[in-house]
Design a protein around this ligand. Structure first.
Ligand code: GAL
Ligand code: ZN
Length: 657
């Protein structure tokens, strides 16, 4: 059955193409040029009103829709749709001045000042009621506007606050979760260091304190902060639905960096359900700050987004044509990069490609942020490629609604990532996200399309499931079912160690001990740059464990201390499980051992999208400087000609098979 959202932005013809559009920063005459150039570039949707609170609601008793009306009307007359934002992500100074308690307080107890953006406390009633009111006013006014395609709530939710209002809200949330103070004391293990609470009023947010804070508190704080922002999002979404029940609602989630502020899986149905569109923002790390090449970074962002969408359609809401303004060091993409990157997002499931931003700002903190229309103007590499990609997307309209086919999955659990970041760990180098990215990139280089999936989801469709670092796990039940039914599961070290309260499971590796048939006696972390030698000629990095087979085969062992097994294998039911007591320095020998081969040369990206009725499309993106043969037959939609088999350096093709 088609997903109820399969044509999620029904008023947008074909795939979505556009970006954030901030005409409020420009004189009126520039708007006409904008619209002319948007049409030239094939732009069919723009995100408006993202940061325009100050113009829509310029004072406590004033509302002024004149400018937004003009923008919406202009778009409508040009046949361009609007992703209309509620503009609640950046309260203007008048609001903060009137309601100083809505300014956020950091962990040091310092109240931040107005002057940038996202200056709000999610727990302040004045802010909560104002954002719902703004959403409601806008929905009432624009529900039937011909330009309206969808609603964009807030912008990149991430804000947390440590003020007294937050403390009250945290206590209420904790009462709900733990039932009683005794339950809380138990969950947080407060007998340690005499932290036992005798009254709820003693419970505080994780404000800076004298020594290492309680990890259970930190973990609950992350959950609470994520839930509080979800509540805020939902209040706006509900306010919109009351006036505009038929238009899709979105908010832009972040898959950049560690994307670890929120538990997006816990946001679940509220962002993926009917009439919701999953939208994500992804910004590349410049080469001087990353070991992972751009095409693999793009693939990770896209695969992570597809994972957040969990089968629902999703859209890349923001990316950049060149540098972002906030990275360490400016950078420029090379000719063709932008085309290949954008097509890769589409290949991997995005229902279009959007950017931050349409036109580069002349002023403000992001005046050097790249755009579809750069400071360099129309006569630029960037804008020529923007036009070219717009034309390509038009030829790909028929792929809308098709789904990506993946062989493998990497497991991502937000709570586990949070728990692994709490202080007091045996190694500060055992981070989760960089390890997931490293595995993903190694699979990408082999040409394996990989999903990022939650460990509790149905994994039966995957040939291979990788859990490079699943630190927090309560039960192995779902993983066991996957293996017993024929799956191949590989679990990395320092997994299954703690439960949902961050209590260490007795008998390591706790939750996966029975599943792997391995017993871990002690942790033996490695120093930075140190390598552990294994007797199969491979090397481990970062971490080793003294690990013993209870009911598993030892495939390789450490040559030096701890001189125990390092790689374990166990058959279980119709499948198999591997346990690694170290992080392999090179993942290729492991993949070879698993029989995970693909005949795709490194740098040739091949991804398939499939419609429910069986029609398939092979996306081929050549990130290398050599020609490659792509064995497929059908029509290359980008050229409209029969596929001949040869993909030139840097070129792309989408073959309707
Ligand atoms: C995003 C944000 C945009 C813009 C962009 C710059 O995180 O949503 O408003 O700031 O970054 O890269
Ligand atoms: Zn606050």
């Amino acid at each position: 059955m088609a997903h109820p959202n399969s044509d999620i932005i029904p008023t947008v013809e074909g795939l979505a193409y556009g970006g954030d559009y901030n005409p409020e920063q420009w004189p009126r005459e520039v708007w006409d040029e904008d619209v002319r150039l948007m049409r030239e570039a094939g732009v069919n949707i723009v995100s408006v009103n993202i940061f325009a609170w100050a113009s829509v609601h310029p004072g406590p008793d004033t509302w002024d829709f004149e400018q937004l009306d003009a923008i919406m009307d202009l778009l409508a007359s040009a046949g361009i749709k609007a992703d209309l934002a509620t503009s609640t992500a950046s309260p203007p100074p008048w609001f903060s001045q009137l309601h100083p308690e809505t300014l956020p307080v950091n962990a040091e107890g310092v109240r931040l000042n107005s002057g940038a953006r996202a200056e709000y406390c999610p727990h302040a009633p004045a802010f909560q009621s104002k954002v719902a009111e703004m959403a409601s006013r806008l929905a009432e006014r624009y529900a039937d506007h011909p330009a309206l395609a969808m609603w964009h709530v807030g912008n990149e939710y991430y804000r947390s606050c440590f003020c007294d209002l937050a403390a009250d809200a945290f206590r209420a949330w904790l009462q709900d979760r733990h039932g009683s103070l005794a339950g809380l004391n138990d969950a947080w293990g407060t007998t340690f260091w005499s932290q036992t609470y005798s009254d709820w009023s003693q419970v505080l947010p994780p404000r800076i304190c004298a020594e290492t804070p309680n990890p259970g508190l930190l973990l609950d704080w992350q959950r609470f902060s994520s839930d509080a922002l979800l509540k805020l999002f939902r209040s706006e979404a509900d306010a919109i639905t009351a006036f505009s029940p038929d238009k899709p609602i979105t908010t832009n989630l972040m898959v950049t960096g560690d994307f670890s502020f929120l538990d997006y899986h816990r946001w679940g149905d509220h962002v993926t359900g009917p009439n919701r569109l999953v939208a994500t923002d992804h910004y590349l790390i410049p080469p001087h700050d990353s070991d992972i090449e751009w095409p693999a970074q793009v693939a990770f962002g896209a695969d992570a987004s597809r994972g957040l969408a969990a089968g629902s359609p999703w859209l890349l809401m923001e990316q950049s044509t060149n540098s972002s303004a906030w990275r360490r060091g400016y950078f420029a993409k090379r000719p063709g990069d932008q085309l290949r990157h954008s097509l890769s997002y589409v290949a991997r499931g995005s229902e279009g490609a959007m950017y931050f931003q349409w036109r580069a700002s002349r002023y403000g903190a992001e005046r050097y942020h790249s755009a579809m229309l750069p400071h360099g103007g129309e006569d630029s590499k960037v804008f020529r490629e923007v036009k070219e990609f717009g034309a390509q997307l038009r030829r790909l309209a028929e792929i809308k609604g098709s789904k990506v086919v993946s062989r493998a999955a990497i497991l991502l659990d937000f709570e586990s990532c949070w728990a692994a970041k709490t202080p007091g760990q045996p190694s500060s180098d055992m981070a989760t996200y960089p390890e997931l990215r490293r595995w993903h990139a190694a699979l990408w280089r082999r040409g394996i399309t990989t999903d990022l999936a939650n460990p509790a989801w149905d994994l039966s469709a995957y040939e291979y499931v990788f859990a490079p670092h699943l630190y927090l796990l309560d039960s192995d039940a779902n993983l066991r079912a996957y293996v017993e039914n024929g799956g191949r599961l590989v679990i990395g070290p320092y997994s299954g160690v703690v439960d949902h309260n961050d209590h260490v499971h007795p008998g390591l590796p706790g939750a996966i001990r029975d599943l792997t048939g391995v017993r871990v006696e002690e942790f033996v972390p490695l120093a930075e740059g140190e390598r552990a030698q294994l007797d199969d000629g491979t090397e481990g990095q970062t971490w080793t464990e003294a690990a013993h087979a209870i009911d598993a085969e030892v495939i390789a062992s450490f040559k030096d201390y701890p001189a125990t097994g390092a790689v374990f294998h166990r058959r279980l039911g119709r499948g198999e499980v591997w346990y690694l007591a170290t992080r392999p320095a090179d993942l290729n020998p492991l993949f070879n051992r698993l029989g995970l081969f693909s005949d795709t040369p490194e740098g040739l990206e091949l991804v398939r999208r499939r419609h429910e009725d069986g029609r398939t499309y092979l996306f081929a993106i050549n990130h290398t400087d050599q020609s490659h043969t792509v064995a497929a037959s059908g029509t290359n939609l980008l050229t409209g000609t029969q596929w001949t088999g040869e993909l030139a350096p840097g070129e792309t093709a989408v073959i309707r098979e």
